[in-house]
Design a protein around this ligand. Sequence first.
Ligand code: ATP
Length: 201
Amino acid sequence: MKRIGIMGGTFNPVHKGHLALARAAQEHFALDEIVFIPSGTPPHKAAGKVLNKEERYAMVKLAIKGKKNWSASRLELDRPGYSYAIDTFATLKKLYGRRAKLFYIMGLDSITELLDWKKPLELFKLCEFIVGTRPGTRLRTFRRLVKFPPLQKEVDKIHLMELKEDVSASEIRAKLKAGKPVGRLLPAAIAAYIKVKGLYR
Ligand code: ATP
């Protein structure tokens, strides 16, 4: 059975933190493939504040270009309405059936919001979770989350992993807006793409 890691996110823009997260998940959990699925219309981000989905998708494709067994999917971009993880994983499950075990890769800040998602407990029937922590993040909220009774029996499907890359897309956007350098936080091709297209000014 194939082990497939799913990297969901807004990728506004894709950065070195995302790539480090995917790489670490692949290494630690022996994943055969990584699929990046940029969200079309993220339900948790203010409408109109997120860069056009085709630009975000183009940057993801560029960031993973030439990386073996990594791909980008248009699944959420081409589905109308808000992008809910439960719908995406239901589709993936139909697509792969018993041929694959799915791992949802994300940062700690995302999983601590799990209970606000659409049908969060249903997700545990479709995938396991690989969760990366940024340097210095505290686990208090996470501990509170996994004490929630319906989640207690699912805890063994949540795998934590420590990461060293302390970067977020919001930090990058703020820096770009202020005209500060971001080269250290982004793959070179993405920094160049943003510059040429004049994005996030
Ligand atoms: P923003 O700052 O706009 O919220 P982000 O980079 O945190 O952006 P997404 O683009 O949605 O958010 O990221 C996709 C996933 O990658 C999220 O689950 C996020 O928690 C995780 N992630 C992003 N950067 C890191 C990092 N440096 N370490 C660990 N996880 C990360």
